[in-house]
Design a protein around this ligand. Sequence first.
Ligand code: ATP
Ligand code: PRP
Ligand code: NIO
Length: 486
Amino acid sequence: MPESFYNTSLSLLTDLYQITMAYGYWKSGTAGKESVFNLYFRKHPFQGGFTVACGLSAVIDYLTAFSFADDDLHYLRTLTGTDGRPLFEPGFLDYLKNLRFSGDIDAVPEGTVVFPNEPLVRVRGPILQCQLLETPLLTLVNFQSLIATKAARMRLAAGSDTLLEFGLRRAQGIDGGLTASRAAYIGGCDATSNVLAGKLYGIPVRGTHAHSWVMSFADELESFRVYADVLPNNVTLLVDTYDTIQGVKNAIEAGKVLRSKGYQLSAIRLDSGDLAYLSIEARRLLDEAGFPETSIVGSNDLDEYLVTSLKHQGAKITIWGIGTKLVTAYDQPALGGVYKLAAIRNPSGAWEYKLKLSEQAIKISTPGLQQVRRFYDEHGFISDMIYNEETPPAGATTMIDPYDFTRQRHFSETTPYVDLLEPIFRKGQLVAGQPSIHAVRNRVQHQLAQLHPGIKRFTNPHAYPVGLEQQLHQLKTDLILQLRRQ
Ligand SMILES: Nc1ncnc2c1ncn2[C@@H]1O[C@H](COP(=O)(O)OP(=O)(O)OP(=O)(O)O)[C@@H](O)[C@H]1O
Ligand SMILES: O=P(O)(O)OC[C@H]1O[C@H](OP(=O)(O)OP(=O)(O)O)[C@H](O)[C@@H]1O
Ligand SMILES: O=C(O)c1cccnc1
């Protein structure tokens, strides 16, 4: 089953300035300088306490297919500078023709819970190549991680209820719709209404029917009977087109006919009005009529807050259809992931560490060949410590809060840990297996189960501790002081 759309050449899917910088490296003879970039974000979306990493599968497809096709080069040849003369020399375009990704990628597996400032993807290789990858990698990881996180929040709200993703009609175009369906499934949805996503990614597809079906008949009961007749093994009836309580009664009548033919009324759907009140009334009517197995689907501009509220109100909904607020990440439509240079190998062969200064401490980048060490105990994850692989912690270790050096945590050499970034590419060759989308989805739930409930709450969540290993903290501090002195 093809898992992606990204396995054709998409090397022009980048910002022009990446290609002009690549040209600059080529022209100045520095294209091959070995460098390290980290992709990370600074703040959780939705004022939450966790983020779900997602999008690596698309990154792998993108990099595997990475090359400039003849028509890409032809297009680049047509580009001109402000004076109308060609932007790029032909020699550069010849160089691009033979360019393939030849570097190393280390990344956090999809479905891992991650925290601010931790590298999700680390790219190491010739600087020209690393530079070209900034925009596509951010495009592929930011959106999917955002939607997977939103879906994980919906899953937390819904508990063990069924979550259906209904968002395609409101999604940000074709790729937005497809990748949102994929990420929503990974984050915890059970199925999607998006049939192409079902085909491409192997996600279960589910659906009910629209108001137009009911409206196309002279009366509602007739519409239900015909629907149940033609699709007897997939009957969820939308009951709110005219009068919801009467709609439930009509669904029960259609359900009786279905039952006489050996089928079940699977569910009814409520899509307007007071979903708590109406679902409680509908449940009562269904139970009294002998349909305790018939479920109630709720939909209508739902999000994780409304699902939580409706459950508190005792709503009898056990299947939630969620579209717009999920696939558009309505309350925060972007994850602010960034991609920063962290080291360049100088001519003597030593790493020269790099850092971006800022007046805002949160925007100062971290140097180094970063790896994330996640400590855990029998209750779950304790803390994440970012360290430089060139100076790995040996034995007992101290982690320092980068925004308040007086806040420190000490770990003995026996504290169990796992290093999060795994080798994905080595010298341009894919070295990692790709888990199935179902395994990634399971990983999300497994990971969330390791987080303290305070980190998962929607309001003022507890901050999971992330810090720098002491040698890396020192390196960063020294670099900041050195740059400020300059
Ligand atoms: N009991 C409830 N508590 C809180 N919010 C609710 C409750 N019932 C429904 N809602 C939400 O209130 C919002 C109001 O929706 P809207 O104004 O569209 O209602 P409606 O008029 O019933 O629907 P429609 O316009 O589709 O006919 C929706 O987001 C809906 O999910
Ligand atoms: O509300 P969402 O979370 O986006 O879920 C998808 C919605 O799409 C459909 O109706 P549509 O919005 O097209 O029309 P309606 O508002 O008139 O029901 C469906 O009935 C849901 O309400
Ligand atoms: O199948 C459904 O009920 C559905 C699909 C898309 C959008 N709203 C509802």
